[in-house]
Design a protein around this ligand. Structure first.
Ligand code: PLP
Length: 389
């Protein structure tokens, strides 16, 4: 039976585990700069908070599992405004963050042994979600030299008769990898030859892209594949609303129906107050997104300037998202992250993202603290022969 082959437990998120360790050090009175979580440090816009306050004062019962109608409507308008995509109401569903929508999609579609192609480095939750749903993650290594992007050839080589999904995440966590229009068109062309493969396009960092005019979704480039694309997005990163837990998926109506069916049996719906706040975020002024993107770019540059001083680190300049993913001189990234935590800076080992020998640093923190954290990293690695070139 399908369900009996699903693993009973998972290791839990390694990113959250490292953040917990940093919190324990702090609780014990140690000063630790925490560069672990992808957690924007901005507050949500005032009009969003006001909308939530008004909503919380009203009696609110259960609302539709696929999201309150106003939010589905605004999500559709946003997809049209930002991506030029026209979607019907039946093609949109709302969940407790992008994370739950992705999990529900895998849960609704994977049978035991089905394969999901995940370009590496990857967000640590993708392979765990696939395993929890009984599937088999298939990692495809993407080289730093090609900006950590998946090539059409590598994709085509990884596809088998068991492939159910391919995951695309741009700008990517942890590398910031982005794809040009041509690169996306190349992937779409490869996927046309494999009509059974569904495409998960995780666009949660779409608004944090440093290459002007470059962000492009496969849903825009290949409208002929729309029946196979699940586009996932949410308010967490763009609007600094991680804790509000609102994300959405847009895809073919039959898939959306199945995702929603899974949702009816776990959390029913995400918080109605949060959904009303998300409507305010999407409908309100959008110029804050550009301003925040500029702030992230400034922080990225400040952190890079310090990391580049080290002979023991090789750090690429990411084109999007708010992480840095330096390569260490040695492969033992877990030991390096442990040593850095002892020295007062918490990072996440690259092996948690499918790339040993790297560290992930989140730049979603004020620039002075970020610079201090990077200085600790440079000093600690430079002072230890184990990580010296
Ligand atoms: N997708 C990626 C690539 C992420 O990095 C994250 C959060 O770190 C998510 C999805 C989850 O987003 P949400 O907070 O909307 O669940």
């Amino acid at each position: 039976m399908h369900t009996t082959q699903r693993p009973v437990v998972s290791a839990g998120s390694p990113i959250l585990a490292m953040a917990r360790r940093a919190a324990e050090y702090r609780a014990a009175g140690r000063r630790v700069i925490d560069l672990t979580l992808g957690e924007p440090d901005f507050t949500p816009p005032a009009h969003v908070v006001a909308a939530a306050q008004r909503a919380a004062a009203r009696p609110l019962g259960y609302t539709p599992t696929n999201g309150i109608p106003e939010l589905r409507r605004v999500v559709r308008r946003t997809l049209e405004r930002d991506r030029g995509l026209r979607r019907t109401d039946a093609e949109v569903t709302v969940g407790c963050g992008a994370k739950q929508v992705i999990f529900n999609a895998f849960f609704a579609t994977l049978r035991a042994g089905d394969e999901v192609i995940i370009p590496a480095p990857y967000w640590a939750s993708y392979p765990e979600m696939v395993r929890l749903c009984g599937g088999a993650p298939v990692h495809v290594a993407c080289a730093a030299g090609s900006g950590f992007t998946l090539s059409p050839d590598a994709l085509a080589t990884a596809v088998t008769d068991r492939t159910r999904w391919v995951v695309l995440n741009a700008p990517g966590n942890p590398t910031g990898a982005t794809y040009s229009h041509e690169a996306v068109a190349g992937l779409a062309e490869a996927l046309r030859r494999h009509p059974a493969v569904m495409i998960l396009s995780d666009e949660i960092y779409a608004h944090i892209c440093y290459v002007a005019g470059e962000y492009v979704s496969i849903a825009q480039v290949a409208p002929d594949l729309s029946e196979r694309i699940l586009l996932v997005d949410g308010v967490s990163k763009a609007y600094a609303m991680t804790g509000w837990r609102v994300g959405w998926g847009s895809g073919p109506a039959d898939l959306i129906l199945r995702i929603t069916a899974v949702q009816t049996h776990n959390c029913t719906q995400t918080s109605t107050v949060s959904q009303i706040a998300a409507v305010a975020a999407l409908e309100g002024p959008q110029d804050l997104l550009t301003g925040r993107c500029e702030t992230y770019r400034w922080r990225r540059d400040a952190a890079l300037a310090i990391l580049k001083r080290s002979r023991h680190l090789d750090t690429q300049e990411p084109d999007g998202a708010f992480y840095l993913f330096p390569r260490l001189a040695a492969d033992d990234d877990v030991a390096a992250a442990d040593a850095l935590l002892e020295a007062g800076c918490a990072t996440v080992p690259g092996s948690d993202f499918g790339a040993t020998g790297h560290l992930r640093l989140s730049c979603a923190i004020d620039v002075a603290t970020l610079e201090e954290g990077c200085s600790i990293i440079v000093a600690t690695l430079g002072g230890n022969p184990a990580w010296s070139r």
